[in-house]
Design a protein around this ligand. Structure first.
Ligand code: ATP
Ligand code: MG
Length: 463
């Protein structure tokens, strides 16, 4: 397949404008590894809050100590409800930290999307401490602590990576089951990238680093925790996550990880299809669609995910760079709007040019679009609702671009179709199409969950 990296822009040591230390990350303040700061098994990594000292034998064999970095993150950058959850858990004697994406985003100077908490408390313990919570998940039980405005603070008990002998099947490394409770250090190490494995202790104002994540934050690098080939074999979706973080946060990808992406990209075909589609949407939603798709192309990942688009790009069908200009336009307007486009707009924009080519000259544009999209729908599990909408939009494209939407202007799909045409015309340097302005956009996706009506007592069958 045509997967020769086109250039190595994204490989590590790529000098970026962000090479300066991120806010709050003053390397001068880094504390040296504190040798005896070993987390007693099941106890507190920092030896606080009265956790029992470990038996001597265990202390000998315990995990290596984390590096602890004093770090004062402004309270106003931390969600007060997340802080409330952490503080209540610690007051009741549990370990609790902010973890994952929120810590990473705080350290690279971005506003976190949401705040996750990891704790030594078991789900039932968390549930007991927060009346406003519910346990979710069958295999791995998490607690959602609910606050006003629909805010959810996901609170998960520390868990460890599955071991070969217990959770994995057969000889391959693919993780099928990820549901065993563990300790803080194990929870950090099971995560995907070092920048995602950092814990923030909001009381002690410290980053607890079991995975060498802080050096990677400072050099702005995406690096797996452990061997990248093994980590991608365990879960190929991590390949798309590496690309997402590199593109969205403007980070380099270390050479080893980059090479492992190129080596393992074929495994994406084995990943759960709904997860693949969700990650593709995340690549498009975050304001870095252009860089994400470019990286997918450069690494050959696009040949596996969307060979139709990869072939279109390779055949010089895109000699005028329209695909890339369209994606840049998506990013520019996402930034401007302060929110992502509808999934239908994103998917249509991504495939617009190869779809246009597939329909060119076809007598029946709907079936030409159908034929083009069918393998994509299969491969990525694109929901019917989205695929149907894409088909209709591309079939009507000539009329929409000519500003003659006719009766289609009265359908709920017109709003998103109009956005696709606007994006396309802006990418070509043309003004928005003339014709009917769409009614205020109706949210088309995701569909509203249908509420199941509770049966009243009286209706319930006796017994
Ligand atoms: P985003 O800002 O896109 O939400 P995130 O890092 O918060 O990024 P999530 O998907 O919300 O990503 O996952 C939360 C955390 O769970 C991650 O930061 C990472 O530590 C861990 N994680 C998520 N997916 C994986 C995976 N496939 N393998 C290992 N760890 C993962
Ligand atoms: Mg997240």
């Amino acid at each position: 397949m045509g997967a020769v990296p086109k250039d190595s822009m994204s490989r590590m040591a790529r000098p970026t404008s962000h090479n300066a230390p991120p806010p709050n990350a003053d390397p001068g303040e880094r504390s040296p590894p504190r040798a005896p700061r070993r987390a007693p098994r099941g106890g507190d990594a920092l030896g606080r809050r009265g956790s029992a000292p470990p038996p001597a034998a265990l202390a000998e064999e315990g995990p290596p100590a984390p590096t602890v970095h004093p770090m004062v993150v402004d309270e106003d950058r931390i969600d007060p409800d997340a802080a409330k959850v952490v503080r209540r858990l610690t007051r009741h004697g549990y370990q609790a930290y902010l973890v994952g994406g929120c810590v990473r985003d705080l350290l690279v100077g971005r506003k976190p999307k949401d705040f996750d908490v990891a704790t030594s408390a078991r789900p039932d313990d968390v549930r007991r401490l927060f009346k406003n919570s519910r346990i979710i998940g069958r295999r791995f039980r998490l607690v959602h602590v609910l606050f006003g405005g629909g805010k959810v603070i996901e609170t998960a008990t520390f868990r460890r990576a599955p071991r070969q002998e217990d959770e994995r099947e057969g000889d391959d490394l693919l993780i099928r089951n990820d549901n065993v409770f563990g300790d803080a250090d194990e929870d950090a190490r099971r995560r995907d990238f070092t920048i995602n494995g950092l814990f923030y202790d909001i009381e002690a104002h410290q980053i607890i680093d079991w995975v060498d994540g802080m050096p990677d934050i400072e050099r702005r690098a995406v690096h797996t925790i452990g061997d990248p080939v093994v980590r991608f074999q365990e879960d190929p979706v991590r390949i798309l996550r590496a690309i997402k973080f590199s593109a969205r946060l403007d980070l380099g990808i270390t050479a080893g990880v980059y090479d492992a992406i190129v080596q393992c990209r074929g495994l994406l075909a084995m990943a759960a299809r709904p997860r693949l589609f969700e990650e593709v949407l995340r690549l498009l939603r975050g304001g870095a669609a252009h860089r994400s798709v470019w990286l997918c192309w450069e690494t050959g990942v696009l040949d596996v995910l969307l060979p139709e688009l990869a072939a279109y790009l390779a055949d010089a069908g895109d000699s005028d760079g329209l695909v890339w200009r369209l994606l840049s336009e998506v990013d520019r307007r996402t930034e401007e709007r302060g929110e992502p486009f509808d999934d239908i707009v994103l998917c249509s924009a991504l495939l617009l040019e190869p779809m246009r080519e597939a329909c060119a000259g076809a007598r029946d544009r709907v079936s030409a679009a159908h034929e083009f999209l069918e393998p994509v729908v299969d491969r990525l599990n694109v929901p019917r609702r989205i695929a149907d909408a894409m088909r209709r939009i591309v079939a009507l494209l000539p009329r929409l671009e000519a500003g003659r939407p006719g009766r289609f202007a009265r359908t709920p799909l017109y709003g998103v179709a109009h956005q696709v045409v606007e994006l396309s015309r802006a990418a070509q340097g043309l003004p928005a199409p003339a014709g009917a302005e769409p009614a205020p956009p109706e949210p088309l996706s995701p569909p509203r969950p249908r509420r199941r009506r509770r049966r009243s007592r009286r209706q319930r069958p006796p017994g």
